[in-house]
Design a protein around this ligand. Structure first.
Ligand code: COA
Length: 197
């Protein structure tokens, strides 16, 4: 697997470093925690094998478009969670990835919930995406019942773009309310940043 140039980022409290194989135990810890997984995937903790596959998938996100990838965040040296800018496959050629669109998301350890960390890391990733990487639109998807995820995306400036309903072989509880996509364009990000100054 070729890892392309993904840079470390900093915020007031977070050191955000590119995910590496050395972070395996940290992502597994999140993926096997019932609280973290309540509204993710099947709504139950992943098995260790599934969590290993997720770790590989997270690593792979740094191999398609330079600068994109998964970042692990540390506050005072303690693991807080991960944030992602994943490249999106081009609709008519799924083996190629867009440099202009990014899938955005996060998964944090419950110890750090509701202290502004998802927002802090998320805002920095969006800044990086729009200012440094040339992304023009970032989007994230979540279950409608995942109020925390929706609020955290909104706090980073994303807005509700669509509600959709998919059929799953093993549907997680709450999926009957559907899923939502949130997004923000570079144009809207620039206006929101200049509005804050
Ligand atoms: C979703 C998640 C990343 C939020 O992380 P967090 O660090 O607690 O979020 P923050 O503290 O940065 O809060 C950001 C905003 O969301 C709001 N928020 C956070 N948790 C909330 C909740 N349970 N209910 C309602 N609002 C919530 C905060 O009040 C804040 O709003 P504000 O900026 O208007 O004040 C975290 O709960 C998590 O990792 N959950 C499990 C994994 C997951 O669901 N990931 C997303 C899947 S798509």
């Amino acid at each position: 697997m070729t890892i392309k140039a993904q840079t470390s980022l900093r915020t007031t409290r977070l050191e955000l470093v590119p995910l590496g194989p050395e972070h395996l135990d940290l992502t597994i810890q999140l993926d096997m925690d019932p609280k973290v997984m309540k509204y993710v995937a099947f709504g139950v903790p992943f098995t260790k094998d599934q969590a290993l596959q997720v770790h590989q998938w997270l690593l792979q996100q740094a191999t398609y478009v330079p600068g994109f990838g998964t970042w692990v965040g540390f506050a005072g040296g303690e693991f807080v969670g991960w944030w992602i800018l994943a490249p999106r496959p081009i609709a008519d050629n799924p083996t190629k990835f867009s440099k202009e669109e990014a899938d955005f998301g996060f998964r944090l350890s419950p110890k750090f919930w509701r202290q502004g960390y998802a927002k802090e890391g998320g805002c920095e990733l969006l800044r990086h995406a729009f200012q440094d990487l040339g992304v023009v639109e970032a989007s994230g998807e979540t279950m409608t019942v995942n109020a925390a995820s929706r609020a955290a995306m909104e706090s980073c400036g994303l807005k509700h773009a669509a509600t959709f309903f998919n059929d799953y072989p093993t549907p997680p509880p709450g999926i009957e309310e559907g899923e939502m996509r949130y997004s923000i364009t570079k144009e809207d990000w620039v206006s929101s940043v200049s509005g804050r100054q």
